[in-house]
Design a protein around this ligand. Structure first.
Ligand code: ZN
Length: 181
């Protein structure tokens, strides 16, 4: 493997119609292509640069079923690439998390989602994945997979009264840990 020499990609922002499209599956024969591998590297670089903990291909104006995620640290999760993913099981417990989005500047809002998911898909080598994720990892997976069906976290908010601008978020709410998904 060579060193990361990725390019920063432009993030599509709320209002860009590509964020509302259903993403197409990736042809499994194309996964190992240099174009797709390069896109994955560039998406990681862009995500780390922002910084964020997840990025879906439609957010960089590629309407394909590809997401990258990573959250270093104790309550984090490893670098993950999901291609053509699907959630095949949702756990019974719910967790409430402050979510933000690289495509939605300056806003945070509380979203309630299942705290455990089982996800299937392919990794960046095209190998099948089948694993369970909990807590922030599970929330991030659900947030990113929503981008593949044209949804953003605002659509998942059941109480818009928690919608908060960044300055007010740090002033009133920041005691709770937060990561930008
Ligand atoms: Zn997002």
């Amino acid at each position: 493997m060579s060193m990361k020499t990725g390019t920063m990609l432009k993030i599509a922002k709320l209002g860009n119609p590509i964020l509302r499209k259903i993403a197409a599956p990736v042809d499994s024969r194309e996964i190992k292509s240099s174009e797709l591998q390069r896109l994955i590297d560039d998406m990681f670089e862009t995500m780390y640069d922002e910084p964020g903990i997840g990025l879906a291909a439609p957010q960089v104006s590629r309407s394909i079923q590809l997401v990258v995620m990573a959250c270093p640290g104790e309550s984090g999760f490893p670098e993950t690439v999901l291609i053509n993913p699907s959630i095949v099981y949702y756990g019974p417990e719910q967790v409430e998390t402050w979510e933000g989005c690289l495509s939605v500047d300056g806003l945070r809002g509380k979203v309630t989602r299942p705290s455990l998911v089982r996800v299937k898909g392919l990794d960046r080598k095209g190998k099948p994945l089948d694993f369970e994720a909990t807590e922030l990892y599970a929330v991030c997976i659900q947030h990113e997979l929503d981008h593949l069906i044209g949804k953003v976290f605002l659509d998942r908010m059941t109480d818009l009264s928690t919608l908060t601008q960044l300055h007010e978020f740090s002033q009133y709410w920041k005691k709770e840990p937060t990561k930008v998904i």
